[in-house]
Design a protein around this ligand. Structure first.
Ligand code: HEC
Length: 182
C-alpha cells in the first residue's frame, strides 16, 4: 500500500516537472501563435485572399522566419502601399515630429527606443539591441508578442513578403544611408 502511494506521488511530481519544463521551452512559440490569431481575427478577408494567392509560402505565415531571402526580392511598389498603414501613426520624413508612434526616418540600423522626445512603453525600453532587418521583421510579425506591453496598437503583418517589402521601402526611401542586405 505504501509502495502504491509512493508511486502515485512520484507520478504526480514527474507530471508537474514535465508541464513546467514544457512551459519554459515552448513559452515563446505559444506567444507568437497568440499574436497570429489576433491578426487573423482582425483582418479575415485580407488573410484569406493572400493565403490563397501565396499558397507556396503559407508555411511561413505569421512565423518569425529568416527575412534575408525575402529582402533580396522585396517588391518596393508593394512596400509603398503597405507603408500607408504605418503612416497612420508614424512620420517617416526627416525632421517631422513624433506622432502616435516615434518618427521612423533612418529606422533600419537604429538603436531600439532611441528617438528623442518619444515616451516609449516599458517593454520597448527593456528590449535592447538595434532595429536590424531581422529585428524589424520579427517585431512586425506579432508586435504585442515580441514586445509585451508595447504601445504599438497594430496587429502585425503575417506575410513575410509584406514585411520585406515595407522594410526595404523604408530602408531605401527614408534613410541617409540605406543599409545593404547581407
Ligand atoms: C496604431 C498606430 C501604429 C501603427 C499603425 C504602426 N505603429 Fe509602429 N509604433 C507605434 C507606437 C505607439 C510605437 C511605440 C511602441 C512602444 O513604445 O512600445 C511604435 C513603435 C514602432 C517601432 C519601434 C521604434 C523605435 O524607435 O524603437 C517600429 C520599428 C515600428 N513601430 C514600425 C512600424 C511599422 C513598420 C508599421 C507599419 C507596418 C507600424 N509601426 C505601424 C504605433 C503604430
Amino acid at each position: 500500500m505504501i509502495q502504491i502511494a509512493g508511486a502515485v506521488v512520484f507520478a504526480v511530481v514527474i507530471t508537474l516537472i514535465t508541464v513546467s519544463a514544457a512551459d519554459i521551452f515552448y513559452g515563446k512559440p505559444e506567444q507568437t501563435g497568440r499574436g497570429y490569431t489576433v491578426d487573423v481575427a482582425g483582418t479575415p478577408a485580407a488573410t484569406t485572399t493572400t493565403e490563397g494567392s501565396m499558397g507556396e509560402h503559407s508555411h511561413d505565415m505569421g512565423k518569425p522566419v529568416d527575412i534575408t531571402p525575402y529582402l533580396a526580392k522585396a517588391d518596393l511598389k508593394l512596400g509603398a502601399q503597405i507603408i500607408k498603414r504605418c503612416q497612420a501613426c508614424h512620420n517617416f520624413e526627416k525632421d517631422k515630429p513624433n506622432s502616435v508612434g516615434p518618427n521612423q526616418y533612418g529606422l533600419v540600423g537604429r538603436k531600439v527606443a532611441s528617438v528623442a522626445g518619444f515616451d516609449y512603453s516599458d517593454g520597448m525600453k527593456k528590449k535592447g539591441g538595434a532595429w536590424t532587418f531581422q529585428a524589424i521583421s520579427d517585431f512586425l510579425t506579432a508586435p504585442a508578442s515580441v514586445v509585451p506591453g508595447t504601445k504599438m496598437g497594430f496587429p502585425g503583418l503575417t506575410r513575410p513578403e509584406d514585411r520585406a517589402a515595407v522594410i526595404m521601402y523604408i530602408n531605401q526611401t527614408f534613410s541617409d544611408k540605406p543599409l545593404p542586405v547581407k
